[in-house]
Design a protein around this ligand. Sequence first.
Ligand SMILES: [Zn+2]
Length: 283
Amino acid sequence: MIDDETPVLDNHLHLDPDNHRGIDAVRDFVRVDGTHMLVVNKPSWHLGVEADEGEDFRPVFERTLEIVADASAELPGRAWPVLGVHPGLISRLVDERGYAPEEAREIMQGGIDVAAEYVESGDALALKSGRPHYEVTDDVWAASNAVMRRAFERGADLDCAVQLHAEGGEDLTEVTEWAEAAGLPAHKVVKHYAGGRLEGPIPSVIGEKDELERAAERGEPFLMETDYIDDPDRPGAVLGPKTVPRRVAWLLENGYDDAIRNAHVETPKRVYGIDTESTLERA
Ligand SMILES: [Zn+2]
């Protein structure tokens, strides 16, 4: 059972009220005792934005801030925006739009810089970056790593966390070494869509029972997420918005109280500096 004092945070999901469920998905989350969420902007091209420079991301970010305000109004806790550039954009820019990898790098780094402006003004909580999880050419790989390192530099300047979309596996210490070289501590780097065990970044564990159990048993800092994508074309492709609260209830039933405090209070505080307890007021 989730009691009134227990915050329940989905660390990574998308909301798209213009094309799909939007705030209805938030209501579903609240109905099963979800309280807080980190809302990540959808990939720019999913919203019909074909970026040719960093400034082109601004309307995507602005819309995300509005959606987060609407979500917060429904939540007994609140929502925060995470803004950035999806690493898959590089393939779209290079393979479909004819940009050279270095040009694509510049466009995407420009997007990271604009996202960082919103963190600086206090409107966004964290940055989103990463690198393709699929096979790419050496040039595209180098450009992607350069984009990610720009995000680490901005994160270090602003003392904010960076969520990463990256390849699978259980060791990403190479990447957190780059973050630390830029001045961003490893515990401010979060690997989204992670399994239960990971060296390097903090894993944001996808809401599957065996992976969550692995993270809970391990006892290291972790977060929980659905990566709910709110896309009408892919209704069954990802976990639904009720998944994190349901998995929290399941973990509590199985005695993992410490793991719930870890993933929903302590790790959010350590990574993002957010307080999920003082911002919670269940009716
Ligand atoms: Zn996502």
